[in-house]
Design a protein around this ligand. Structure first.
Ligand code: BG6
Length: 480
């Protein structure tokens, strides 16, 4: 629940890094432009390197100016007045003396835009320097650990200093407009809910495809791979929002309790199922967007057994979803950028329109596009107008969520919610740990079996096994 006192300080540790430059600082600027930041809020940027306040402010100005939206001088003047910069070694209590002097006893948000391996040390240092006051909140980025054990260790260290209601674990997918709209679609309409189960739904596909390679993030990525980088968090969050039961209300714990039940119902993998139902791939050289792309191993690093592609079949063992596969697929250097959820309904039980109509008919499908466009369409069968017999056609009933305005950065929503103390769009400790325990069942079996990623050409939809995964049950990826 939100605390009474407005937040007066937002301290960003790692403020000269990539996340702050691409997401946090622009999001804060846009919130300021919309008059959504508390007037008293000061933003204290902190990183290891010595830099003057002016130098930091110029750096922020340059990066905002370089954005396509451009810079509004009046907003900038207001925003710049909020900024301060302090060099600090965040892992040592004494290193935080400058921050402590600036923050004092004010209610503060500490944003850790740092490597998660530092989270424990930073929390201890905040505690030692008297900064972890009862009004403070801490924001942490993924990946929270590399597996269940390391994730538990981080959560335990953080938990010793900050109670759970002060901990905001970011999954930036939850800040995306269409992801939030999933709840409205499911729970603000009456007609989906009676069909939202194994009686009417054949299967679900969730795709997060990227055309980009790993690039400058190679070293980080090579330690994690697509399973830990994307499936453990973003994709499981999407799966949970599709699969969860209606919560009693939209409150943070009500929604998160339901997501936790889904995670508990996910069928764990064993050696046999990890081999059959979870496909690993790694891109080789190829052509993406008409341009030659190097292979993963040639991009930066060297020989590697890290996957850049995963396709798998998840099964949810509960009454609603028994027998309904959820196919998840994600990868780098795929043919297009697309984040999409497809709810494929069952075929008609019986067709009354004769043989010719048989070739026209396709089962109803709800397609939720998150990226690059944000829209929702429901594929419905219609009669083709005319006198030439009963021919049918599938037509989409479409809802575009593009209002022509600026597409907000997901972090804008999330930062606003941290400021308000609303945890609905943040991941609770038990969610993170349950997700890891499921991921461990896949990663562990791959390791035991010595399963290495299969090659796929950059610009293709992944290795052959990804297609076989669905074809075995007479299904295909819905790629049109
Ligand atoms: C991040 C992953 O969490 O999400 C990246 O670490 C990935 O590897 C990114 O590229 C995708 O986010 P979005 O919002 O661009 O779909």
């Amino acid at each position: 629940m939100p605390d009474g006192r407005p937040i007066e300080r937002l301290v960003i540790f790692g403020a000269t890094g990539d996340l702050a430059a691409r997401m946090l600082l622009p999001s804060l600027y846009f919130l300021d432009a919309d008059n959504l930041l508390p007037s008293e809020l000061k933003i204290v940027a902190s990183a290891r390197s010595e830099m003057s306040r002016d130098a930091f402010t110029n750096y922020v100005r340059d990066l905002l100016k370089a954005r396509p939206e451009g810079l509004d001088e009046a907003v900038w003047a207001r925003f710049a007045a909020r900024l301060d910069y302090l060099a600090a070694d965040v892992t040592r209590g004494e290193g935080l003396a400058g921050v402590a002097a600036e923050v004092g006893a004010r209610s503060t948000i500490f944003y850790l835009a740092l490597s998660p391996s530092l989270y424990g040390a930073v929390c201890r240092a905040l505690d030692a320097s008297g900064l972890a006051c009862g009004e403070c909140r801490i924001v942490m980025e993924k990946p929270l650990g590399h597996d269940l054990a390391s994730s538990q260790a981080i959560n335990a260290e953080v938990g010793q200093v900050f109670e759970e209601r002060r901990v905001f674990r970011i999954d930036h997918y939850l800040g995306k407009e269409t992801v939030q709209n999933l709840l409205a679609l499911r729970f603000a309409n009456t007609f989906f809910e009676p069909l939202w189960n194994n009686l009417a739904i054949d299967h679900v596909q969730i795709t997060v495809a990227e055309t980009e390679g790993v690039g400058e993030r190679w070293r980080y990525y090579d330690d994690y791979g697509a399973l830990r980088d994307m499936v453990q968090n973003h994709m499981l969050q999407l799966l949970c929002l599709v699969a969860m039961e209606p919560p009693p209300d939209a409150g943070a714990d009500s929604v998160r309790d339901e997501k936790v039940k889904v995670l508990k119902s996910l069928r764990r993998f064993d050696r046999a199922t990890a081999q059959q139902l979870a496909v690993r791939g790694q891109y080789r050289a190829g052509v993406v967007d008409g341009r030659q792309a190097p292979s993963y191993v040639d991009e930066k690093g060297g020989p590697s057994d890290t996957e850049t592609f995963v396709a798998l079949r998840a099964d949810i063992d509960n009454w609603r979803w028994a027998g309904v596969p959820f196919y998840l697929r994600t990868g780098k250097r795929l043919p297009e950028r697309r984040t999409q959820i497809v709810i494929q309904f069952k075929p008609l039980p019986h067709l009354i329109f004769g043989e010719r109509a048989e070739e026209d008919v396709s089962a109803n499908r709800l397609v939720i596009d998150l990226q690059p466009d944000e829209d929702i369409s429901l594929l419905l069968m219609n009669r083709r107008p005319g006198l030439t017999g009963n021919r049918l056609q599938a037509l989409p009933l479409s809802l575009s969520l593009d209002d022509g305005g600026r597409r907000r950065i997901a972090y804008e929503r999330l930062l606003l919610d941290v400021l308000a103390g609303n945890q609905s769009l943040f991941v609770r400790r038990d969610e993170v740990e349950l997700a890891w325990s499921w991921i461990d069942s896949i990663a562990g079996a791959w390791t035991d079996l010595g399963i290495t990623p299969r090659p796929y050409a950059a610009g293709s939809w992944g290795p052959a096994g990804a297609f076989a995964l669905l074809e075995r049950s007479g299904r295909t990826w819905l790629d049109e």
